[in-house]
Design a protein around this ligand. Structure first.
Ligand SMILES: Cc1cc2nc3c(=O)[nH]c(=O)nc-3n(C[C@H](O)[C@H](O)[C@H](O)COP(=O)(O)OP(=O)(O)OC[C@H]3O[C@@H](n4cnc5c(N)ncnc54)[C@H](O)[C@@H]3O)c2cc1C
Length: 462
């Protein structure tokens, strides 16, 4: 139990705020994006800089505290926080520096996707990452990072050049291909297991205006669309990303009122190039598929696309996630999807299949910690609703849906689409042949498992 003198010691050491349960701002500071998670840390250390992070890690370790690392606070399972321990909150460490000559972007660990998109867009660049602008770049990157640019440019980790890391013993290292390459290997997919990343250096790519948006079909056409889509993806240019969703039209603007609440199969697409090329890339789709309920494809700035979902998903909703990697979509799997999707517990609940082919497949499975390089999609089943009373229904639906489709999928799932209740064997299956090496790297950099509020990889016994 910490006394006031010890807490004062941390307050003196940090330039940023230190908050305990009786401090002003604590209630707000402990909130996570997922309203289903309610954690009460003993202390929240809002770090202002790397020196603060070093002090916070040392303080937590010396006082035997459970430590959680918070980037954007978006993790579904609430792994950016903990009960009774110390949250090392990086949300104020937000700088983004773009080098347009070198086409690199240096990103602070408190940045959201929107911070990075905004800064890079001014230079006609983007870092391949996620699809919702409020997501934290730190947690997203360390888990892998998939989005609209993945097919052409790879995962976010495939574009990571270097990371600054504060280790469990309070020391500071740079991880790159040249410096601490084993740590660099592990950071690229191994989550927050290895230390606190205080800066990321990414490769950026030319992305400015994109031809993008949603197309909806009535759910009656979903079987036909899914069968067509599974074949189309491998023939489509990598500049085009289409992810598939089974969902409901939200009962809100800008959707036309007459389709509010209607069950749909959706393709949400982004073509990184001119509208003319984008229209050509999507021609097979328009020729082959039935009449559309809504066609929202248009030319727009890339950050506008990245913000499309933001109004639908404000912080504080109830979320329950299950994920899997998917290689093939046989007819039986499609049937199972349609049966389960029909039992949706709420208007916002959804299943998405995000493409992870193309450039992702050109990286060897053992080149980074992220091993499922042969998967075609990363699937997420997300039960979502504003009403906390709906939480049991959201959980039940997502779990039953997952049980029904998992037999058709690969063993593991994306660590960033897991709650805190996954079995250790699932995490192990996700890393496959890379797991043992990860456990060895963990034992080198964090032998006492100080950083264990994550999809944990316990250190290998020495
Ligand atoms: C609405 C929404 C949309 C999403 N869309 C996508 C998407 O398009 N693509 C995708 O790949 N994922 C997506 N995700 C999943 C997302 O990648 C994870 O939720 C991720 O954990 C978010 O990172 P964060 O920094 O916000 O999380 P936090 O909750 O802050 O942290 C999550 C985990 O990362 C670790 N961590 C965070 N920062 C650091 C750091 N600096 N150093 C070491 N460890 C750290 C923590 O230990 C914790 O275990 C989405 C999530 C949501 C809620």
């Amino acid at each position: 139990m910490l006394g006031e003198p010890e807490i004062q010691e941390l307050r003196n050491a940090l330039r940023g705020n230190v908050m305990g349960p009786s401090d002003q701002g604590y209630e707000e500071a402990r909130q996570l994006y997922n309203g289903m998670i309610d954690k009460r840390p003993a202390l929240i250390g809002r770090c202002a800089d790397v020196a603060d992070v070093v002090s916070a890690v040392n303080f937590g370790r010396e006082h035997g505290l459970l430590i959680a690392i918070r980037g954007g606070g978006h993790n579904g399972g609430g792994l950016g926080s903990c009960d009774c321990g110390l949250v090392i909150d990086l949300s104020q460490m937000k700088g983004v520096r773009v080098d347009p000559e070198a086409r690199t972007v240096r990103v602070g660990p408190g940045c959201t996707q929107g911070d990075v998109d905004h800064a890079a867009h001014a230079f006609g660049l983007a870092v391949p990452a996620g699809i919702v602008s409020s997501t934290g770049v730190a947690g997203l990157t360390l888990g892998g990072g998939t989005g609209y640019l993945t097919r052409k440019y790879g995962l976010t980790i495939d574009n990571l050049i270097e990371a600054d890391v504060v280790l469990a013993d309070g020391s500071f290292v740079i991880a790159s291909e040249e410096s601490n390459p084993d740590l660099f290997w592990a950071l690229r997919g191994g989550g927050g297991n290895f230390g606190v990343v205080t800066s990321f250096l990414f490769r950026a790519h030319p992305v400015h205006m994109v031809y993008a948006g949603p197309i909806f079909w009535d759910i009656a056409h979903a079987r036909e669309i899914m069968r067509w889509y599974r074949g189309f993806l491998s023939t489509a240019p990598e500049e085009l990303c289409c992810f598939l969703g089974l969902k409901t039209v939200p009962s809100t603007a800008p959707f036309p009122r007459e389709i509010w609440g209607q069950r749909i199969c959706a393709l949400i697409s982004c073509y990184n190039g001119s509208e003319e090329e984008g229209v050509a890339a999507m021609l097979p789709l328009r020729e082959a598929l039935p009449p559309r309920l809504l066609d929202g494809m248009a030319t727009m700035p890339f950050p506008a696309l990245q913000g499309l979902f933001d109004p639908l998903f404000p912080p504080g909703l109830q979320w329950y996630w299950k994920g899997d990697f998917v290689k093939d979509l046989p007819d039986e799997a499609i049937d199972a999807h349609l049966e389960q999707a029909a039992k949706t517990p709420s208007e916002l609940s959804l299943v998405h299949l995000y493409p992870i082919d193309g450039a992702v497949h050109r990286v060897a499975a053992d080149a980074t910690a992220w091993s499922p390089r042969d998967a075609t999609w990363s699937m997420v089943i997300a039960g979502i609703d504003p009403d906390p009373g709906k939480a049991p229904d959201l959980k039940r639906w997502a779990r039953q849906y997952w049980e029904a489709v998992h037999p058709f999928n690969l063993e593991g799932g994306y660590v960033n689409f897991m709650m805190q209740d996954e079995e250790a064997s699932r995490v192990q299956a996700t890393y496959g042949a890379n797991y043992e090496r990860l456990a060895r790297v963990k034992s080198r950099y964090d032998p006492e498992n100080l950083f264990r509020v994550n999809q944990n990889i316990p250190p290998a016994a020495s």
